[in-house]
Design a protein around this ligand. Structure first.
Ligand SMILES: Nc1c(C(=O)O)ncn1[C@@H]1O[C@H](COP(=O)(O)O)[C@@H](O)[C@H]1O
Length: 160
C-alpha cells in the first residue's frame, strides 16, 4: 500500500519529478507516481485523492508548472499534508508556478519546496521526515542516508 502519492500535472514534468520517487525508493517508502491535472482532469484528481486516502496514503506531493494549481486543489480536498514542487515550464522561469504553489489562503497550506529537481528531492525527504514521526526504523534510515552525505562532503574536501 502506498504511503506517499506523487501527482504531476503532465507527462512533460516526468523527468523533473522522477528524483522524488527515487529518493522515496532509496528510503524504502512505497509511493504511487501518476499524472493528474486540476485543470485538465479535475474529476480524476478528486477520485484519486479519495481512493488513495482510503488506501492509506499519508502525504501528497504535487508537482506542476505554469498556473500550478494542482497542489492547492489537492489541499482543498484533504487534511493530510500536501507538499508542492513548482516546475519551471515557461518563459517566466518558474516564478508563475512558485507563486501559484506557495500563496495558499490560510487554512489550506501547501508546504512548498524549491523549484524543479531540487524541490522534487526535498519533497521526498520532507515526506520521509513526516512519516518518520511514527516510524523509528524510517528515522534510522534517514539518519543513515544523512551520515553518507556527511561522509561524502568530507571525502570531497580531501580531494581539493
Ligand atoms: N499546472 C498544471 C496543471 C494543474 O495545476 O492542474 N495541470 C497541468 N499543469 C502544467 O502545465 C504544464 C504544461 O503541460 P503540457 O506540457 O502537458 O502542456 C506542466 O508543467 C503541467 O504541470
Amino acid at each position: 500500500m502506498p504511503q506517499v502519492a506523487i501527482f504531476m500535472g503532465s507527462k512533460s514534468d516526468e523527468s523533473t519529478v522522477r528524483p522524488c520517487a527515487d529518493v522515496l525508493e532509496k528510503l524504502g517508502i512505497s509511493c504511487t507516481f501518476t499524472i493528474t491535472s486540476a485543470h485538465r482532469t479535475p474529476e480524476r484528481t478528486s477520485r484519486l485523492i479519495k481512493e488513495l486516502e482510503e488506501d492509506g496514503v499519508q502525504v501528497f506531493i504535487c508537482a506542476a508548472g505554469l498556473a500550478a494549481h494542482l497542489a492547492g486543489a489537492v489541499a482543498a480536498k484533504t487534511v493530510r499534508p500536501v507538499l508542492g514542487i513548482p516546475i519551471s515550464a515557461s518563459s517566466l522561469g518558474g516564478w508563475d508556478a512558485l507563486l501559484a504553489t506557495v500563496q495558499m489562503p490560510p487554512g489550506f497550506p501547501v508546504g512548498t519546496l524549491a523549484l524543479d529537481k531540487v524541490g522534487a528531492r526535498n519533497a521526498a525527504w520532507l515526506a520521509a521526515q513526516i512519516l518518520a514521526l511514527h516510524d523509528p526504523e524510517l528515522t534510522k534510515r534517514i539518519l543513515e542516508e544523512r551520515r553518507k552525505m556527511i561522509e561524502q562532503v568530507e571525502e570531497d574536501a580531501k580531494t581539493l
